[in-house]
Ligand binder design. Sequence first.
Ligand code: NAP
Length: 332
Amino acid sequence: MPSFKALRVHSLDKTTTAKFETLTVDDLSSGNVVVRVVWSDINYKDALAVTGKGRILKGYPKVPGIDLAGVVESSADARYAPGDRVLVTGCNIGEALDGGYAEKARVPASILVPLPEGLSLRESMVLGTAGFTAAMALRRMLENHQAPEMGPIAVTGPTGGVGSVAIELFKRAGFTVHAITGKAGAADAYLKSLGADEVVSRQSLNLGTRPLESALWGGAVDNLGGETLAWLTRTTRPWGNIASIGLAQSHELNTTVMPFILRGVSVLGIHSVECPRRWREEIWRHLATDLKPASFERLVAREVSLDQVPAACEDLIAGTVTGRTLVRVSDE
Ligand SMILES: NC(=O)c1ccc[n+]([C@@H]2O[C@H](COP(=O)([O-])OP(=O)(O)OC[C@H]3O[C@@H](n4cnc5c(N)ncnc54)[C@H](OP(=O)(O)O)[C@@H]3O)[C@@H](O)[C@H]2O)c1
């Protein structure tokens, strides 16, 4: 059986180690479609899994990488044939199932998405889980009647993957966008190039302590959780929506019911990993057409090889990366 290169995380005495190994398809978690992986990417969760800074992986050894795009090599499912171009984001790959940091992946056909017309394999991984999640936030907020005239959308963690794509998408949908970043000054040009109308320094915020503070935001896309999300609940205008996506600052949320019962503010949960397949295909169709970013290159911080993934994950955890990190796994 042909062998291939993979990055796998092992666990021994509660310590995890990521190593490059030579595997065969039979070493991978079960599935009925084998894909030659061409591109993957690095999300916050991947960085936690590879560096061992977070318990993301369920069972060891495991190939991390929650996203992949590539070409079907063999399929026992009638919906897919060799040569088909496909992608997977989330759906437990790189967590409970082996993921994208290997030259081959074996996955259940039920989680594959045919590459939508209008996107290249590379573009699909510039977006990856980050883009898919930002698009899901836009969808949920629009469904809950978010409208541009309600006021600016605050995007926190805006230089990260989700935040960067969120700025593009909300701007495209007609909203005014304020980027609230820990890298104000250094990242102003980048954030404005994506469409941010204003860049606000997170360090300069006066978070206040009252259950309701001056209402500033029409709505918000929050990647941080913790005191930042609590502050957003206190400062969102009547009927505004806050898409709660991440926990880069903290998983905690200490607030009161006042924003909900006196301003009608909603916190919308965003769970990209296991969203219904119907939504998944629809969101990817939008990302390939009306929500397709104007410039993919603007979003790409850098492109790394599989060998460079461990070091690139350290950089992501250190919070020094601006934009998306693409992983070139094999040649197209
Ligand atoms: N719910 C879902 O389905 C879903 C899907 C994807 C991601 N997520 C979560 O969403 C968050 C963002 O993901 P991502 O892939 O965009 O991550 P990322 O690329 O690493 O970006 C995170 C951004 O958050 C800010 N940040 C990082 N560490 C921070 C800290 N300690 N305190 C305050 N701000 C900090 C930084 O932005 P600035 O320097 O610009 O402030 C950083 O660029 C993560 O928590 C991730 O787990 C959730």
